[in-house]
Write a protein that binds this ligand. Sequence first.
Ligand code: OXD
Ligand code: MN
Length: 596
Amino acid sequence: MMTNNQKLINWVNEWAQLCQPDKIHWCDGSEAEYKSLLDGMVAKGAAVKLNDSKRPNSYYFQSDPSDVARVENRTFICTTNKDDAGPNYNWIAPDEMKNTLRKLYNGCMKGRTLYVIPFSMGPLGSKISKIGVQITDSPYVVANMKIMTRMGKAVLDTLGNGDFIPCVHSVGFPLQPGQKDPSWPCAPIEQKYISHFPETREIWSYGSGYGGNALLGKKCLALRIASYMAKTEGWLAEHMLILGITNPKGVKKYFAAAFPSACGKTNLAMLIPTIPGWKVETVGDDIAWMKFGEDGRLYAINPESGFFGVAPYTSMQTNPNAMLSLKGNSIFTNTALTPDGDIWWEGIGYDAPEGTITWTNEKFDPASGKPAAHPNARFTTPASQCPVIDSAWEDPRGVPISAFLFGGRRPTTIPLVYEAFDWNHGTFIGSVIGSEVTAAAIGLKAGVRRDPFAMLPFTGYNMADYFRHWINIGKNAPDKSALPRIYCVNWFRKDENGKWLWPGYGDNIRVLKWIFERCEGTGKAVKTEIGYLPSTDSIDISGLEDKNINLSLLLSVNKEEWKQEIDLIREHYAQFGNRLPDELADQLNELGKRLY
Ligand code: OXD
Ligand code: MN
């Protein structure tokens, strides 16, 4: 044992008694431990070691076909009062959930090893960081946690006798003596429970080995539990990328940005500017924790130390920096496997070699219409390998945030970019972002799927109270003039023929440049009903002459569309009843008054 922390030792012992593993292993976080766990999985046939000459020190996994993504319908927020979880979350009372789960955990690790993973979300020793300890029976989870968090002995040393956030995980597949272990053990869907107890800061996850269900530092701790702690303690835990942007004079600022899934968050975090002299560097691609510094500014850290990114459609064209990050020391899950021992996925930028194996372990037949990689196939890779990782990405003080960006996929209505009038108006903008979905795509009602602050799956409490927390952050800020400015962006507006109006990707620097200039006090804007819009001459489109960019359309406010938007926002707000902060109801009314 590597600790004298009696509370931790007792906690591990209690769970070991319930779960009945064959062995207990305290993770030291060393390279040797990592390698021996992965080699063990290779020996059992649960992983493939990729060709070292192509992708050194990298491994390939195929999950069970039933265990491929976060399971929102099996994710629970267990507050004492149902209303504290609110209208957006599955709720079961804490005692009831714990009773159900204790039965499932009873003996669930038979035939397996219980791994104890001490981990830090955020740089060790940062005042913004938090320490968690996850127990798990999945060596795959240990290996991924090694990349995604700072973990092992150093964390125990920092923890000393202090408090930790306890995180319990089992794949839910005990082995009877002599029973063969499948390559990806997990429980059937109705036995999967991703449960959060925000009031007591506990996470109990059962039955899934995949991603956000199982790597408990990420969505469960760094967003659901942390958002609740942040509300209680007066800081922010957000589903935001963090980037550094430097102008040709060498002046640097940091922006944080929230987008729902599938809007290119990782691409924006690693953007390669198409205008000369500008530079973008990455602090994080998924989560930001922010606290006020002594100078009154909001400082952000990336609590993670790796990227757990969606592989399909990542290529040297769409995101070269992500591709270069994956050069080695990475784990790939549910991509395809090439005969020469490398990975492949749809949209990687070249055809699959003959003999490629799909994520379901079949020979890939491009004519079959079935993809070789699962659409949610993932890479796990150390952030330090990103060619544009920011020099301050591990600064324990964090980086000062100048602007928040909120966005979504909106083919109509929302201009390319606009600036909020003030903090409360920015909070209003964050509370209504979303992406337009087509009915066919995911079996939802067609229309705008609102994803407030991109936190819909990730707030650990009532979303209306989360809005209230944002209002309060503005109200209680030590220096209101030092608060980040807030922007809405939309790379996805289309013309009446359904054609994208904006080239996106590296050209998004042109929008970041305007935001940068607004923060400097130089960017020009016109006041409209919905916020401050760039004047058409203040977005730099030099070098895009052949693309016929229609800036006046991109920056237009179509009043009829906005009147419809108001009706949709009213519907969205109705679900929160009288828990919706008055400030947001006022924002909606004032927008209406400006438009009618
Ligand atoms: C993620 C997500 O995996 O937001 O980051 O779903
Ligand atoms: Mn995310």
